[in-house]
Design a binder for this molecule. Sequence first.
Ligand code: GTP
Ligand code: MG
Length: 367
Amino acid sequence: MFRILTSCWPRVKATEETRRNVTIIIIGLDNSGKTVLVKAFQRLLPSRMGGCMKPELTTLLLDDYEVSVYDLNGDRNGREIWPSYYAQAHGLVFVLDSSDLSRMQEVKVILPHLLSDERVAGKPILLLANKQDKKDALLLRDITEYLLLERLTNKNQSLCRVEPCSAIKNRQRRNHEPIIGGLRWLLSAIGDTYEELCAHQQPLPSSIPAPKSTRGFGEIFSSDRYRAVSIRFSLQHNFTTRMGKSKEKRQHLGQHSMEPRPLKPILQKEGIIRPKKNTSVTFALDEPKEEDECYGGNGACNTTEPGYNQSPQLHMLRNLFEGNPGSVVSQRRKDIKAFPHNLYNSIPILSPKLFSHTMVGGQKKDM
Ligand SMILES: Nc1nc2c(ncn2[C@@H]2O[C@H](COP(=O)(O)OP(=O)(O)OP(=O)(O)O)[C@@H](O)[C@H]2O)c(=O)[nH]1
Ligand SMILES: [Mg+2]
């Protein structure tokens, strides 16, 4: 017995030595399901709680990573302290409640601020579209279109993957494959630029500032949900508002006294909500041209490989609207692999600076 243990020890030690320490933060509006998700991770993976000093901290082991996960509150006060954690995080998980249409606009306002923060820009982000078990849950393609995710992630150079999930879906492990798969993707995206991310990492401030009562990030964006849904948008207009007010003013949602309007009928009217169908939607984007690859600056492509003789925009659009199932994209086209699960849709979005424009509603829009 002793001999068996001693022979195993070098291997365990080697694993510990090669294990990478990664910090991620889990954020999103209050009630989106962050804590339930963390509990699911704790059930599914070897884990350690942060103890009484840091109740928001959980440590997970997955693959070659030891992951410190901070579950941050999403209410108004909680949002004020998110920024204290940005510089320490290697990557982010943003959780949204796919069924809470009345708060989608809040998410839409928060995300650009989050992704453009200099402590966040360029870091990989996993967006978990939670509560897919609810019958009103929005489809992934509607969420990504509405939140302008492709544009946002390109602009801020952040790799982003959107994963539909249900944190409370019954407890069998296979039902949680989307969240484990999503976490794996996040870790591997972090692993690809680990040294660079570590070089910019800063430790948590010794004391996290208490939320101020002055008007801050949390207050601007967490104002009452019915005001938030009064913003109108349309696919044709790239979801910009039509209120004729200045951009800055439009972002301060609370300033408008428009009648609250339910979001779902607007989405339906604008053709954004399509019949519910669990088809997969995948973006497949290339990195900028390498010597031996196609898609030069002029968009020309000489390869004869099947499926590669189309512009990246068209390819992306085809995947988006024809719902090519079952493919997943890693950072380069040549690394595209079979998608490991088919329980839910998935939209991995890869966004090195690739496009000067995007296709929305069949129209070319400048970025
Ligand atoms: N139907 C359904 N309910 C869920 C799911 N995930 C979480 N919930 C419920 O949503 C509510 C909020 O979940 P929490 O995990 O506490 O939300 P949170 O994001 O941590 O909220 P804050 O800590 O306040 O920011 C709870 O009642 C959960 O049971 C899900 O996938 N489906
Ligand atoms: Mg919570």
